[in-house]
Write a protein that binds this ligand. Sequence first.
Ligand code: AVI
Length: 325
Amino acid sequence: PMIELSRKQDGSQDTAAFARDVADGLSQQQKTLPSRYFYDGAGSRLFQQIMDLPEYYLTRSEFEVLTNNRQTMAEHFAREGFFHLIDLGAGDALKTKILLRELARQQSVFDYVPVDISGDAMLELSSSLQEELPEVKVEAVVGEYFQALEWLQEHKAERKVVLFLGSNIGNFEYQESLEFLGSVRSYLQAGDRLLMGVDLRKNPDVILNAYDDAAGVTAAFNLNLLHRINRELGGDFKVEQFCHHAIYNPLEGVMRSFLVSKVEQQVQIRETGKTFSFEAWEAIHTENSHKYTLRQVEELGSACGFKVETVFYDSQRGFADVLFT
Ligand code: AVI
């Protein structure tokens, strides 16, 4: 097996970009922090716990979709011979492994390119695949989606199947999702495919509970962002003086998460060279998770030059993996 781990940025650049994004976000009239910074080592571990929560149906639903349709999906992918399987935001790839095992069983000729911002996650994934599926060639890329686009561009002429599972698309602003999928599309050729997981509209209570679980794991996940700023940027957030708050807007189909300051306070963040003031009950917006109608997914795809080939649903019709050409 060949395992390659490429990191497209060095650590000092990472810290400078993080400091800049935090300073920008906390200087806004309405404070905001980018959700991509949730996923340091601790955050990635908390997200794995979220995926096991009884309330967080998304992972189980998609697991079911992939399990029930793995044979059809693998056949679609491998029909035209060798391909790169690029997995955007792979994480622990628990769900992708369903497809990898099936592709290996069908003796498909492909290599696997997981891309994730968590270096820890990519190291663990590479070594677990070496044990479980030694016949699969793995080239893990540590980087943001931007780096994934670079990889796609560098391999523009080669056959590719892009996986964008887990409703990761839902964490983009709508405009960003158009731009991102448009870029992905521009690096694909006729015959290439995109398999995208989307969380569908459903009972708002079910959605809300998934982002405000009883055990408080999602709260810890959200609050870890402040711990991370303390650890990496020399912040002095008193994390216990903030609380997690989540709301779902069923008109827009958007789940929004916030960190709310329980008291009036000031926070110094060394690496930004700045101090930020919070009023009592002032909020920081930390995340959006979009929930879609199937019509919206089709429109989003077609606005970016994709056509729906097949829609694979779970038994509750609450989650879909949409295969685009
Ligand atoms: C990674 N992403 C699809 C998750 C979601 O459902 O939006 C992140 C998450 N945030 C809170 N719980 C899970």
